[in-house]
Design a protein. Structure first.
Length: 104
């Protein structure tokens, strides 16, 4: 599991975005090695957008809304649709069961 922050950065937490980018790179390296050694192992990284539903996301919403000078509800409304835990779980199951799914 990585994060959508690897696509757009995270001005309030560059360390978090960098760590999640490392997960993305590791997926690519592992996939390349699997292919090179003909192992048949598929590697996938999910890059979900920030959601206020989780612990990290709720803290991020607070920080980013303050940075933009708006309330948390206004910030979240601007990021619709909000990703839910069930959507993430469904995506994991779908990707795990579909060998033709994209690597990210």
């Amino acid at each position: 599991m990585s994060s959508g922050t690897v696509l757009g950065g995270s001005p309030l937490s560059g360390g978090y975005a960098s760590a999640k980018a490392a997960v993305r790179f590791m997926r690519g390296y592992a996939a390349d090695e699997s292919e090179r050694a003909d192992l048949g192992i598929r590697f996938v990284a999910l890059l979900p957008n920030m959601t206020p539903a989780g612990g990290v996301g709720s803290v991020a919403v607070s920080g980013y809304s303050a940075r933009q000078g708006v309330g948390p509800d206004t910030f979240v409304k601007g990021r619709r649709p909000v990703l839910t835990a069930n959507q993430v779980a469904e995506s994991v199951v779908e990707l795990a069961g579909n060998p033709d799914s994209a690597p990210e």
